[in-house]
Design a protein around this ligand. Sequence first.
Ligand code: B1M
Length: 217
Amino acid sequence: MSQELYTQLAQAVIDGDEKVAMSLTKEALTRGLNPLEIIKEGLTSGMEVVGEKFSRGEYFLPHLVMAGNTMKASLTWLEPALKTSGMVRETLGTVVMGTVAGDIHEIGKSLVGTMLAANGFVVHDLGVDVPTSKFIETVRETGANLVGLSALLTTTMSVQRTVIEELTEAGLRDQVKVMVGGAPVSPQWAQQIGADGYAEDAAGAVTLARRLVGADG
Ligand code: B1M
């Protein structure tokens, strides 16, 4: 039953149909389905198809925009549920996060931020296309102990390395743990650029962040 709903939700993302996606999302929540599962099995799997169609030249930029808007619209319904799903009430750490310079992909980064906030982290989300200097400045201002860098393009992944280098130059590298993520990013890449960890998705980002701040003992 729920699989059928997820398939319809994925299709609404593929079609860029906000209205249908929002109504299916509301239905899924009413049925008591897990918000993270709705995101993974419905919305994200639709996005994967959109990405594949774009790669094959069947979809163009407007399709990406419509799919993005559709997913964002559904997430406005899911985020309150995600926010109350966290079990942790004490503050585990302060995270400065954003999508690196030159990259405007927003959805995955925001999802990671929401999940971290729901799980006990104070999150300073700097948005997208964030200048490297802004990460440095905000770490200094907030005394953050974590930095989260999202990159969705092979052409912007290298900016994650630049941010790490500039944190070192600013004398802040020892104060923070750096986590990286995004579709083209891998554990190998994280290691290569001297990041402290990589997470594949928003739930994985919470596990990683907890480990990096020593919350799990
Ligand atoms: Co673009 N885009 N896009 N896009 N887009 C991709 C990434 C692409 C893979 C599509 C494809 O070709 N198959 C491709 C990149 C190819 C490459 O570099 N290898 C691509 C391209 C080429 C482009 C443009 C260059 C297109 C153009 O202009 N010709 C352009 C670039 C603009 C720019 O940034 N300068 C562009 C633009 C856009 C839109 C703006 C139109 C739109 C985004 C809308 C928005 O964000 N408001 C868009 C979209 C929607 C996509 C796809 C289809 C979906 C991305 C998405 O939101 N996924 C994407 C294809 C794909 O990924 N399958 C594609 C859903 C989201 C929940 O997942 O973002 O992966 P994701 O985040 C996940 C994980 O990656 C992880 O957790 C998240 C939650 O599970 N994660 C982290 C992410 N950040 C993390 C940080 C962490 C930890 C985990 O720690 C800090």
